[in-house]
Design a protein around this ligand. Structure first.
Ligand SMILES: [Zn+2]
Length: 209
């Protein structure tokens, strides 16, 4: 009887301690800004773990920096362009492969009405910044016009359809193809310090996902 009472008190104390730890400001500050879980938009998504302020640097888009040629080889090995192969074009012509030594940032979904943006720093690293106030549990997103130089076949269009649900959704994650009259040998038209996600073109047609 007495032992059972002690057990109850102990359990009660444990709950009290757990509650006070949760309410400590230091614990809140230590909370990461994001978490990964299944998304209604596409596969895994990244969600705000707490409120995020406008302009806050949320996470680095980590990954190994490789050459454009290497990216093409890697895409070919993976079986051509599909919606899990994302490379970020850097200002120096190289790309960041989020699938190689990357982190949770590669799970951030595209949205036509994003709450984050990707910016390339002067040292060639890419960081995701909050565009405006983000509430806890909101899904993080940024707009990445995917550059795909191959033919925009129905299979390709299906694989890169956008289902972000925004009122202004364009229905596709693919950037419009540049006019044929102005051939550009460069892999991707790159605005300064704004990285562009790119689907690497491979010789064989893509398997429809
Ligand atoms: Zn959309």
């Amino acid at each position: 009887m007495h032992a059972a009472k002690c057990g109850l008190i102990q359990r009660f104390l444990t709950i009290v301690i757990a509650m006070s730890e949760a309410s400590l400001p230091s614990a809140t500050e230590a909370l990461p800004a994001y978490r990964v879980e299944r998304s209604a938009v596409h596969g895994n998504g990244v969600f705000a773990q707490r409120d995020i302020a406008p302009g806050e640097r949320v996470v680095e888009y980590a990954g190994r920096e490789i050459t454009w040629e290497e990216a093409q080889i890697r895409a070919e090995i993976q079986g051509g362009p599909h919606n899990h192969t994302f490379f970020f074009s850097l200002a120096n012509g190289n790309v960041i492969d989020g699938g190689d030594h990357g982190n949770e940032a590669r799970y951030i979904n595209h949205s036509c009405e994003p709450n984050c943006e990707a910016m390339e720093e002067e040292d060639g690293r890419i960081f995701i910044y909050a565009l405006h106030d983000i509430r806890a549990d909101e899904e993080l997103s940024y707009s990445y016009p995917l550059i795909y130089e191959g033919r925009h076949t129905p299979a390709i269009k299906r694989a890169f359809a956008c289902r972000c649900g925004a009122a202004n959704c364009s229905g596709t994650m693919l950037a419009p193809k540049p006019r044929k009259r102005k051939p550009k040998p460069a892999p991707a038209p790159m605005a300064e310090f704004v990285p562009v996600a790119a689907v690497v073109q491979t010789p064989q047609p893509a398997a429809a996902g």
